[in-house]
Design a protein. Structure first.
Length: 175
């Protein structure tokens, strides 16, 4: 597929707001379409989003996706996982974009993808990952126990030259 992955397009200081909005709406629509089809992605990240030369977004790599279907006994249409199941306690996905439930190896649903989408959007705006540690374990710990720092603070000077290893960020300026 012709184009560039989103991670290649995000500059150190984040994307222009117009580009962030243009791409994020398309990503959210793609995730919503997957959820409507009973699919939970479990690995939404900038490297899995392709942007064509015309600015169209394609969400790629559904290799870790889980198929779900409406639970028969539930009149409100919640979903249940179809076989084959990932054993509970197994962590799959890219650590920096995992939801807390996914980081703990718990059962995930569409809300996990929404959390990951928020992490991707944060990175698009700031140029920094929302959750980062010096190792996979410390990144998982940050997801479970920390809020991202306010976007206005951005990446520390130590990591601002390397967009791949920024400090955590938050949406709440009061924190």
């Amino acid at each position: 597929m012709a184009g560039k992955t989103l991670d290649a397009l995000i500059p150190r200081k984040g994307m222009k707001l117009s580009d962030t909005l243009k791409y994020s709406v398309q990503i959210a629509d793609a995730v919503a379409a997957a959820h409507a089809a009973g699919i939970v992605r479990r690995d939404l990240k900038p490297a899995n989003v392709m942007v064509t030369e015309k600015g169209l977004v394609n969400v790629l790599d559904f290799g870790l996706a889980k198929l779900t279907e409406p639970a028969e006994s539930d009149e409100f249409g919640t979903t249940k996982t179809l076989e084959p199941r990932t054993e509970e306690g197994t962590i799959v996905g890219t650590v920096a974009y995992m939801s807390p439930e996914q980081a703990e190896g718990k059962k995930v649903d569409a809300r996990s993808d929404i959390f990951s989408l928020g992490s991707v959007l944060y990175e698009m705006v700031t140029g920094c990952r929302a959750f980062e540690g010096t190792s996979k374990i410390s990144t998982l710990s940050a997801i479970l126990h920390q809020d991202p720092k306010p976007a206005a603070i951005r990446c520390s000077s130590k990591t601002s030259g390397n967009r791949k290893t920024p400090k955590p960020r938050s949406e709440d300026p009061a924190k």
